[in-house]
Design a protein around this ligand. Sequence first.
Ligand code: G6P
Length: 624
Amino acid sequence: MCGIMGYVGHRGASERLLEGLRRLEYRGYDSAGLATLGSGHALHVRKQAGRIAELASDVAARPAGGSTGIAHTRWATHGAATRQNAHPHLGGNGVLALAHNGVIENFQPLKEHLQTAGFQFRSETDSEVIAHLVAEGLRAQQRELAGTPAADVYESLVRAVSGALSQLRGTYGVALVFRDWPELIIAARLGSPLVVGVGQGEHYLASDGAALAPFTDKIVYLADHQIAVVTPDRLRVVQRDGATVRHGVERLVAGQEDGGLDGYPHYMLKEICEQPRSLTNALRGRLNDDDATAVFGGLNLTPQQLRRVKRIILTACGTSWHAALVGEYLIEELARIPVEVEYASELRYRNPPLGEDTLLFAVTQSGETADTLAALREMKRKGLHTLAICNVVGSTISHEADGGIYLHAGPEIGVASTKAFTSQCAVLALLALYLGRLNDLSFARGTRIIEALRRLPEQVETALETDAQVRELAARYGSARNFLYLGRQINFPTALEGALKLKEISYLHAEGYPAAEMKHGPIALVDQDTPAVFLVPRDSVYDKVRSNIQEVRARGGPVIAVGTAGDRELPQLADDVILVPAVEDFLTPLVHVIPLQLLAYHIAVSRGCDVDKPRNLAKSVTVE
Ligand code: G6P
């Protein structure tokens, strides 16, 4: 979702801004822009609807000079994805330019007030009010500013910015440059991430640390309510009330940067194929054979405290929510602790009864999803110990949780999450094992689970060999308009995830359902043009799912079954069968999801869709 980039230094700003924007591209956006400051009190603003490549062509044709600037990728919320609505927005008559991530809920009354005060709006966005509010603050201080030494001017500018921010209700990450002070960026955040990169006589700003990887590995994470005053040689961080904050400089963890396509046509395919490795990394160092358990370094809870846990809430959005559903089965089965899975967007506004013995896990790839962050904060406020299962090291959720487990899956760039899902499931399986062994899971069962987890990366590698067959199925079924995905028990979430993958990247309608529940509605959709993808591992509900397949066949619906290698009965039942390796029941989602990821991918490619940047979607959803 929206990305911010900034540069203040001694080199050309626009090249660095464009490079940074390209690295934020994966988050999802529909327009882009930048503003640089040249000498002679001139702001150069370039904006384009569409891709960064179009903005880059514009800048090549009409260079935006200067060594200070801000840039933005916008994912439309208020107002269409047009050039006018793209950021940066000018404040007042062009005294400043602003880029904003987030949503301003009270923008309408603020806009009316500003219009009455004579400010002219050039866009339909909520963000533009911030630019004018700061300009209004500056106007009030105009007399003081004339002839004042630079350092004192900066204080006044910060006052104008904080005065504007204090009027806002909502979330923001903002970056501002000022026409008359060309070596300065002021940035601030509330609920929307921002980091400052420290260079030699230069500073960078970004909404995502990974975007700074080519420039510097020294990072300062801004916290909510902080304002950064950034010049080439100095970074000062203050609280919104003006108090100076001592900021720590952290190292950007290696391996978080985008490693490129590596010969693959799309990041999504690369990430699907990376899963044997990402799973190995999720398990590395976390299996303890001597005690038949898992090992975690960062839960920040003693075994005694964990033994007292009577209830677990898993909260998440999107694909991570599906992984959490898998986690529910795993934890209840292996650790016998009741689990609830809550959409973060719902949990944040609910008021469930909570006890001291309840533990909250936020499951999130990015660690930045606005709803997941808000749900975590709400539960923390209510006194719960909060933990994160997260991929991005240093993300806001990983900072704010009381402890957690990293996925170590490496950067996931494709908007449709694939390797993060399997890594989340693997980590949740480790967690279930660990909690189980603290309670009454036997040593022998623990050992079998460890052995099963160890075999997993290789089995996923084998499941990837279905690619050619899946591609052929995609060619045959790709013209269908509706798909059903059906599974039972722990593979009900797998069905949801398969359907979500197809929807996200191919724009086809797909529904995931518990295979037996289908009779209570979706069965009405079954006809010869609606393929049903069944998940049919050789598990405890195998015979039940076979009956559900019969129900679809009896109504003329084509059936694709994802089953277990060696299953001779399935080919007699289904039109097409994809076989993946046999694994323990509790790990079946991790291998059965592989052909579903590939099916969505190949159907989307055959339909000519932009697989890595599907329309309307964002990788990191930083607005509510
Ligand atoms: C967006 C992404 C999804 C992702 C969801 C939750 O919608 O497009 O792929 O599953 O956000 O993101 P998170 O980073 O919290 O896992």
